[in-house]
Design a protein around this ligand. Structure first.
Ligand code: SF4
Length: 45
């Protein structure tokens, strides 16, 4: 996914923290496991 200058995904609605293309989101987003090690690393950054 395209990222903005600050590294956040361009498809994220920051007001709601929801994906604006959820039904069409890329495969990598579908594979990303909520609460996984990678998820916690990203949230901590
Ligand atoms: S699910 Fe994927 S496309 Fe949607 S906001 Fe998150 S990173 Fe971006």
């Amino acid at each position: 996914m395209a990222r903005l200058d600050d590294g956040w995904c361009a498809a994220l609605d920051r007001a709601s923290m929801r994906c604006t293309i959820y039904e069409q989101r890329p495969w990598i987003c579908r594979e990303f496991e909520m609460g996984s090690y990678e998820c916690k690393e990203e949230r901590a950054a």
